[in-house]
Ligand binder design. Sequence first.
Ligand SMILES: CC(C)(COP(=O)(O)OP(=O)(O)OC[C@H]1O[C@@H](n2cnc3c(N)ncnc32)[C@H](O)[C@@H]1OP(=O)(O)O)[C@@H](O)C(=O)NCCC(=O)NCCS
Length: 286
Amino acid sequence: MPTPFPELSLRRLTLDDLVSCVDLSENRGWPREEHKWGLLLTAGQGYGIDDPSGQGLLAVSVVTSYGPDLSAIGMVLVSERYARQGIGRRMMEQILEDAGKTPLTLYATANGRPLYEQLGFVSVGSSEMVRGHLRPSARAAAEVVRTRRATAEDLSAIIRLDTEVFGLDRTHMLARLPAFADQIRVAEENGTLTGYAAAWPNEDTHVIGPLIAQDTGTAKALIASLAPGTDRPFRTDIAVHHEELLGWLKEHGLETVASNTMMTYSIDALPGDWTRRFAPLSVAAG
Ligand SMILES: CC(C)(COP(=O)(O)OP(=O)(O)OC[C@H]1O[C@@H](n2cnc3c(N)ncnc32)[C@H](O)[C@@H]1OP(=O)(O)O)[C@@H](O)C(=O)NCCC(=O)NCCS
């Protein structure tokens, strides 16, 4: 098959491209999510193709590196006008080539999944995006496991726990969390951190993520303890193998609004400990 639009090339994006990225999200019916784009374009590496008409970008994606053992791909978007013409495939092929031997992961929408499968990505699980106001009845969970607001002194313990559970060091993301998130809560047992959760503002919601906890009870307590700090509905992406937590969230006011397939390339499974990893920081960054 001839290369589509041979004159179009992928370039590295900077924060100056934020508005074009946000416009492209909107073009595909996604929320504008400026706050999230700001994080992704600073902590990750955005790639894009300029629209020859001079009107912004016609394709984008973001690659967040976690060192030589994993990069996460997210926000893969091709403008409606250029869809189904091979541009998404070309952009992904370029990203795979640039990644070299580094394993990759992403959360695929139903739209994106066929393309990723054709490129050799395999499914390793799925997640449900749930949204809604947590009912006051859920607050009882916060009384079972003690949690508290995180302070600056907790950051190194958060990073230590996160590295163990995520399987890789993501200090470059977590160091940005205090500025990016509106709330960070920790759970502790005998002076040792057993979990943490952040809630960051996204459009009209607060997204819960990362959510890391030693067990479901701790995850529930962390979520319940975030609720008094916001009037907005929550949104979070819970890996479906955490059935109990998903069931509890649905019993207490949240409902499923989307689902995604977790996929990898060059590795059979994600590193780390999935039993303690309940929600990603964002599906766009892992
Ligand atoms: C998914 C997306 C990036 C694909 O980009 P694209 O440039 O349209 O894709 P391509 O033309 O390179 O198509 C590659 C293959 O993907 C599959 N594909 C593309 N769009 C699809 C769709 N809407 N439904 C089902 N399969 C689709 C097809 O198999 C296609 O190959 P074919 O046209 O030879 O059958 C684009 O449709 C998009 O931006 N969608 C909305 C946002 C989204 O869901 N992004 C994925 C996030 S994980």
